[in-house]
Ligand binder design. Sequence first.
Ligand SMILES: [Fe+2]
Length: 162
Amino acid sequence: MAIKNLQDLFVHTLKDIYFAEKQIVQALPKMAEKASDGELKKLFETHLEETRGHVDRLEAVFGLVNERPEGERCPAIEGIIEEAEELMGEIQDADTRDTAMTAAAQAVEHYEMARYGTLVAWAELLGHKDAARRLSETLEEEKAADAKLTKAGESKLNKQAA
Ligand SMILES: [Fe+2]
């Protein structure tokens, strides 16, 4: 699709994050399975449910702006997930692996926060008020997930690994 204006760029970025969310839905169960700390496992499982909600919410946003839900390949998220999977397979020590997965999950959250932050701003500029509101709901959930990962890392996982 040729990007000629901000509306096109907005739709392109929606497709990018839609693709990314679906990749994350596939990656999180593997991360939950590999997590040895119970709290981290639970965090990944809870965020999997939230992420499924993000996919549904994006489908609603596509509808609000009269577009068909469609993904567009996002090499950035593929790279972040690929790196996480490599580390998960490589690290033998369970505590070190947990900390590596926490850090990888935070890289995913930060990518999503960047994308959703931009999408909210553009939706507002373009006058898509309802879309902006729905997108900011997801943005808040990503921020909360990131904060929980920070807390788990700082309070326990990093020290166990150290
Ligand atoms: Fe998400």
